[in-house]
Write a protein that binds this ligand. Structure first.
Ligand code: AMP
Length: 563
């Protein structure tokens, strides 16, 4: 066949030469089949809501996921119907991950920390048909079940003899009775890889919650990418503790990447306090853990107070909000644990960037390497990103210019479920569609992205921008500070000025003046906060992030000094 001169505008169907490789949809059922066949005796360990430790294997997960699929068939739940969970990280939740999606239904993980009214709204919006809940959340279900119009089957994730009596929840069955007698043989169906597999409503601070609807294809591509050495670096030799909840963006995709690699999984259940997490890490010889900074703060505080060290943990992925430099340093220097700073969003399945060094960085001094480690990292293959100005014009990747961060890729949303809130994508000057993340960032010439702020949190003082993250990071580096949130307050001359709201560590003394003096030399003078507000606690949202909207509300009567 003569090779034709390439003219992109004129590619016609007759010119296309197809490759001769097998066509096979990328499906979530393939992950669990693979884990069963090649890592069948690999362990999955869970601390149960009941408090004891449950231990079984990837083969057991596979068998019971098939029983879930048979139970859904017998309950007449249609292909594509939504099956919701309100559950901690545990083995039954894992079985639902594979049994629901693998059989062609859509797994809808609900965040139990949301207000019950919001949970009811979400189940109606998603039109969930089944809702499986951990017994911890029985009071929520009792309060809202009559408002959840679409649910035909309620499943309490407990043993048959633990089903609560005296409740008026209709069609309530225990998980073990629901799946227990079902066959463990099931032929996973084959279908288009673009079929919806799971969904997650974003915590959105304005308007109704909006759901990202993931597909089998997006989930598998994300699972491959997440496991790569320069991304989460997950292998069959790891024992992974996802502290990040399975109700928040599929625990960052770890359950899927663990099945893909055959890693051991360790689930913490409801025990998120420092002591419980530490004990699990040690007893299960965890090598790798993932979570948000607020959870790690509890772990580090517990370990310091009790003089403890890790015997096996060597890496931790930290994301969800900016990881303070002091935390990266403590993990590295005091405990020998490498921190992988990660950035992502519900709308991105969630991974966008991971911070790992390049070969050329290895010869840099420890302090120069640290400057890189503090960034949110470089794009993972599959995620394209850029920064733009207010007019949508590209800004240079020079590490200094900052602008709105836009992303695109096969695991980034194209639209929200039911197009809630209108189309999310924006077109650039070349007509290419991008997802505007709502984050403000810089990108340096090595491709490392650093979040300056959420666009709504950035403080605009006299036409210049102040990063609230920078101000918080300095505060938490002070030995007496446990948590810090920086917010902008109206100012007649400068529009806004930053103040820092802090929680002190117990039994420490610190004055406003001492903390302000601590900023000297660490940031430009005009960026130093105008005031320090000491509080007992800072409101934390459903996904472990500081709730600045609530904090602003709490401080609505606050007036800057010297005004
Ligand atoms: P969510 O969809 O609830 O996971 O929230 C996503 C948002 O969390 C992002 O758009 C960022 O604003 C923030 N975020 C996630 N990871 C980081 C990080 N490593 N540093 C700073 N902000 C982060």
């Amino acid at each position: 066949m003569p090779i034709k001169k390439h003219d992109r505008a004129k590619i016609s169907e007759g010119d296309i030469v197809l490759g001769l490789m097998q066509q096979q949809s990328l499906l979530i059922s393939h992950l669990i089949e693979f884990a069963h066949r090649h890592h069948g005796d690999g362990e999955v360990v869970s601390r149960r809501v009941e408090g004891d430790i449950h231990r079984y294997t990837w083969s057991d997960v596979s068998h019971r996921a098939k029983q879930v699929a048979n139970a859904l068939d017998d309950s007449h739940v249609a292909f594509g119907a939504r099956v919701a969970t309100l559950a901690w990280n545990g083995y039954r939740h894992l079985e639902l991950y594979f049994g629901v999606s693998g059989s062609g239904r859509v797994l809808h993980t609900i965040n139990p920390r949301l207000h019950p009214e919001q949970i009811a709204w979400i189940t109606n919006h998603a039109e969930d048909q089944v809702l499986c809940f951990d017994m911890t959340f029985l009071p929520i279900i009792e309060a809202i079940h009559s408002k959840c119009k679409s649910i035909i089957q309620w499943v309490a994730m407990c043993d048959a003899d633990k089903l609560p009596s005296g409740t008026n929840i209709p069609n309530l069955v225990s998980y073990e009775a629901w799946i227990g007698k079902k066959s463990a043989s099931y032929q996973w169906p084959n279908f288009d890889e673009n079929t919806a597999s799971s969904m997650c409503y974003s915590s959105g601070t304005t308007g109704n919650p909006k759901a990202a609807l993931y597909s089998h294809r997006s989930t598998l591509l994300h699972a491959y990418a997440a496991a790569l050495p320069d991304v989460m670096g997950i292998s069959a030799r790891d024992a992974i503790l996802p502290v990040v909840p399975m109700f928040h963006v599929n625990a960052w995709g770890i359950p899927y990447s663990a099945a893909l690699t055959g890693a051991k999984l360790v689930f913490p259940g409801a025990g998120m306090d420092g002591k419980s997490i530490y004990e699990l890490i040690e007893s299960e010889r965890v090598t790798y853990a993932a979570g948000v900074p607020t959870v790690w703060q509890m772990l580090l505080t517990h370990m310091k107070a009790a003089g403890l060290k890790f015997s096996t943990l060597n890496r931790t992925v930290i994301g969800g909000s900016a990881c303070p430099p002091a935390m990266i340093q403590t993990f590295r220097e005091d405990y020998g644990v490498e921190v992988l700073h990660a950035w992502g969003m519900t709308e991105m399945s969630p991974l966008g960037t991971l911070c790992t060094l390049k070969n050329k960085h290895l010869k840099l001094s420890e302090s120069d390497q640290m400057k890189i480690r503090l960034k949110q990292g470089r794009a993972i293959f599959g995620v394209d990103m850029k920064i733009v100005d207010d007019a949508g014009i590209d800004l240079p990747h020079d590490g200094k210019s900052f602008g709105d961060l836009w992303v695109k890729g096969p695991w980034v949303v194209a639209d929200y479920f039911k197009s809630e809130g209108g189309p999310p994508l924006l077109k650039d000057s070349d007509g290419v569609s991008w997802f505007p993340t709502g984050d403000v960032a810089t990108i340096d010439n090595d491709g490392y992205m650093q979040i300056t702020d959420r666009s709504k949190d950035v403080i605009k003082s006299g036409g210049e921008w102040i990063s609230s993250i920078d101000i918080e990071n300095i505060a938490v580096a002070h030995p007496s500070i446990l948590m810090a949130a920086c917010i902008g307050v109206q100012h007649p001359k400068w529009d806004e000025r930053p103040i820092v709201v802090v929680v002190k560590k117990p039994e420490t003394q610190l004055t406003r003046e001492e903390l302000l003096a601590f900023y000297a030399g660490k940031t430009a003078k005009w960026q130093i906060p105008d005031d320090v507000v000491f509080v007992d606690s800072i409101p934390i949202g459903a996904t472990g992030k500081m709730l600045k909207t609530k904090l602003r509300e709490q401080l609505k009567d606050y007036v800057l000094p010297n005004l």
